[in-house]
Design a protein around this ligand. Structure first.
Ligand SMILES: [Cu+2]
Length: 157
């Protein structure tokens, strides 16, 4: 009888964990664009409280939205689309210039500094269940021209 109670408690806590699986989003921002610029990046810190993945991003302002990683190819940093970004339980995964980022391409309108852009993140848990998280992401211009060069994020297709 004691054993039965114990296993029921385990099942109950297991269910509790599954329901509480969420991703915390911190400091989201997107880089403002200049006239004629067709692509930009969005950045944030993601912390999941269970093993999850970021599997998709949508935005009404972009024709194409991808999850990108940066990697060295010889001596050059290149970016490439990845199908998903793993969010190991409890670990903060940083999307930032020069690393993982959300790539907004085929922009339908410029992103103006101090405005907001809508992004919808799609997460998948380890059971394959998907959840969508709508965000209003602040648009920020980067500091001076020197800084803009340092964080150059040109996209060549
Ligand atoms: Cu990119």
């Amino acid at each position: 009888m004691k054993q039965l109670v114990l296993s029921l408690a385990l099942i109950a806590s297991g269910v509790g964990l599954a329901q509480a699986q969420t991703v915390q989003v911190q400091e989201p921002w997107a880089r403002a664009t200049v006239a004629g610029q067709k692509a930009t990046g969005a950045f944030m810190q993601l912390t999941a409280n269970g093993n999850m993945k970021l599997v998709g991003v949508k935005s009404p302002v972009a024709g194409v939205t991808e999850i990108h990683e940066m990697k060295m190819e010889g001596n050059t940093m290149k970016m490439a689309a990845i199908a998903s970004l793993a969010l190991p339980s409890g670990k903060t995964v940083e999307l930032r210039p020069g690393s993982y980022h959300v790539m907004l391409m085929d922009l339908k309108e410029p992103l103006k500094a101090d405005s907001k852009v809508a992004l919808t993140l799609t997460f998948e848990n380890d059971k394959g269940q998907k959840t969508e998280m709508p965000l209003d992401v602040p648009v920020r211009a980067m500091g001076g021209p020197a800084k803009a060069r340092e964080h150059n994020h040109e996209h060549k297709h």
